[in-house]
Design a protein around this ligand. Structure first.
Ligand SMILES: NC(=O)c1ccc[n+]([C@@H]2O[C@H](COP(=O)([O-])OP(=O)(O)OC[C@H]3O[C@@H](n4cnc5c(N)ncnc54)[C@H](OP(=O)(O)O)[C@@H]3O)[C@@H](O)[C@H]2O)c1
Length: 265
């Protein structure tokens, strides 16, 4: 029987690339995202004699929908070996211009979306005594990014969640990994929300759009490779691509890097 990977946010960008990669590595798939049409298109593309796919429209911020997703996965495949928490949303803006509703919406998806899936699946993984959980963080979960207070806070929370779970679940045979992308050339920034007055929002959008053309920006396939290596090699943490230089510099010299970032903004 093939191993099974449950991947959230699998309808586009990194999630779709991760699904493709696990299909290639011989896994059956459980795919989740909210918009059924795009999700089903990915499922249809990947379904084959060698790869069974269950695609369920799910909002990961809703614990009941997530429980249904996990129950359906176990009913269909009897087991889930790997959980990839990838579904995430982005919001750019100063604290001053970010509403409380924005904060709740970011945390509901970027943090509680992960908590919900882990909470629903953990009894199954503990019962089996093995499994892997990969959480997609961000370089914004390892260093502060200007004008991204709420987003960075949600991703720092993912870092704390993941690193603490590593201690807790290792004795139970469950490997928990953190994959930090830098900027990804996905549809993420196109759909990102911008706060502030029109000029500030337009400037932020233009900067981020320009950034997407830079040669250090990652492609979704690179994120998929990092997730696969995290599972295959039981790696606790991977920072993807050249972003690793920035996060390492911030770890070694936070004051200097913060000064440089302030000077550039
Ligand atoms: N793109 C970047 O530059 C970047 C940088 C650092 C970290 N990351 C992180 O990397 C991960 C993937 O990013 P990406 O750029 O590949 O994303 P993306 O292209 O925007 O795709 C996001 C996926 O998540 C799904 N999704 C969003 N909210 C959801 C919800 N509440 N419930 C279920 N599914 C939901 C979307 O489908 P529906 O809308 O249909 O639900 C879509 O499939 C995210 O965790 C993100 O925070 C991205």
């Amino acid at each position: 029987m093939s191993p099974v990977a449950l991947i959230t946010g699998a309808s586009q960008g990194s999630g779709r690339a991760i699904a493709r990669r696990f299909a290639k590595e011989g896994y059956d798939l459980v795919l989740a995202a909210r918009q059924a049409d795009r999700l089903n298109a990915v499922a249809d593309e990947l379904r084959s004699d060698d790869c069974q796919v269950l695609a369920l429209s799910t909002d990961v911020s809703d614990p009941d929908q997530v429980q249904t997703l996990v129950d359906s996965a176990i009913e269909r495949f009897s087991a889930v070996d790997v959980l990839v928490n990838n579904a995430g949303i982005c919001l750019t803006g100063s604290f001053q211009h970010t509403t409380l509703q924005d904060w709740h919406s970011l945390f509901d998806t970027n943090l509680f979306g992960y908590v919900n899936t882990i909470h629903a699946l953990l009894p199954h993984l503990l019962q089996r005594g093995h499994g892997a959980i990969v959480n997609l963080g961000s370089f914004g979960g390892k260093m502060p990014l200007p004008m991204m207070t709420a987003y960075c806070a949600s991703k720092y929370a993912v870092t704390g969640l993941t690193q603490t779970l590593q201690f807790e679940l290792e004795p139970h045979g469950i490997v928990v990994s953190l994959v930090h992308p830098g900027v990804i050339n996905s549809d993420f920034l196109e759909r990102a929300q911008f706060r502030g007055d029109a000029t500030t929002a337009d400037t932020s959008k233009a900067r981020l759009t320009e950034t997407l053309n830079a040669n250090w920006v990652s492609q979704p396939d690179e994120i998929a490779t990092a997730v696969w290596h995290a599972v295959r090699d039981r790696r606790p943490e991977i920072v993807v691509g050249l972003t690793a230089i920035a996060t390492e510099a911030y770890r070694l010299a936070p004051g200097l890097v913060s000064w440089a970032m302030r000077s550039m903004s």
